[in-house]
Design a protein around this ligand. Sequence first.
Ligand SMILES: NC(=O)c1ccc[n+]([C@@H]2O[C@H](COP(=O)([O-])OP(=O)(O)OC[C@H]3O[C@@H](n4cnc5c(N)ncnc54)[C@H](OP(=O)(O)O)[C@@H]3O)[C@@H](O)[C@H]2O)c1
Length: 288
Amino acid sequence: MQKILIQLDTDSNPSVFDRVVAIDAGADQLFSYGSIAPDHVTELVHGAIFTRGPADLKNTAIFIGGSSAAAGEALLKKVTGTFFGPLRVSVMMDSNGCNTTAAAAVALARRHHSLQGVQATVLGGTGPVGLRAAELLACEGAIVQLVSRSKERAEAACSEIRQRLPDAQLHSVGASADFNSVCAESEVVIAAGAAGICFLPEAALAALPGLRVAIDLNAVPPVGLADIGVSDKAQIRGETTCFGALGVGGLKMKVHRRAVAELFAANDVIMDTMAIYQLAREIADAVS
Ligand SMILES: NC(=O)c1ccc[n+]([C@@H]2O[C@H](COP(=O)([O-])OP(=O)(O)OC[C@H]3O[C@@H](n4cnc5c(N)ncnc54)[C@H](OP(=O)(O)O)[C@@H]3O)[C@@H](O)[C@H]2O)c1
């Protein structure tokens, strides 16, 4: 039986990136729908669950994407709320690569430095990637500073994470300059700012002697942490293990492909932030 992936994208043009990965991950057929809002979901999900018998439903799955993670989360909630009894299919949500990117970054950080009880900072922590990176770091037991230009936005992001992780050790920080001081006590820093936003200028890492892992997710010049090369992949600079955006991108792509492939293992797989992170950890830890 052919594997059908139903792509529900909140943007008008369903993501070409997600379409290519879907095919590379083993989908035989890709049904792509754009401009999808929660109101459209019931009919689309009914089309997915009422066609094949329960035993065959593992061959149908849904991928939720688009440029807005909030819109993607709303679709995920609506999709899973439409299932009942055995009439369900597996679902993955990765709007703008938010889950796969954050999962890859934190899995790499964890592989190179224990995260339990360490001070970690996420710069650009209010974006879809940064917020999820902060959540995953907190999940691993790190004491996380979530940084935004706005203290209020940082606090709102922390509150959102605490709804899912009530015991998370999170501190909201409002800062628009002097990020060296913000990161001074941190052993792990993840820069997840918007494309082209630089937080730490050249030679900044040398002034952070306690920093053990630094990850920059911004590939667009100027990069987010100027000392880190965009292709750095476990590059040692002083006492710090460094990853640039392309250095993280390799694992991110593996995680994305594996997560799509896993959807077809059963008809009740939910590939959300935590499930995607578990996969990223497995893949990162399997690399010798
Ligand atoms: N390597 C990969 O595989 C991969 C995959 C996907 C994404 N990415 C990259 O990951 C990064 C994060 O993605 P995203 O979608 O979460 O980013 P985003 O939403 O575009 O931006 C993240 C945060 O950056 C902050 N920001 C925006 N303009 C700023 C400025 N002028 N100065 C300081 N901070 C500013 C904003 O926070 P405040 O307004 O609250 O300050 C915003 O919430 C991006 O650079 C993206 O290109 C990498």
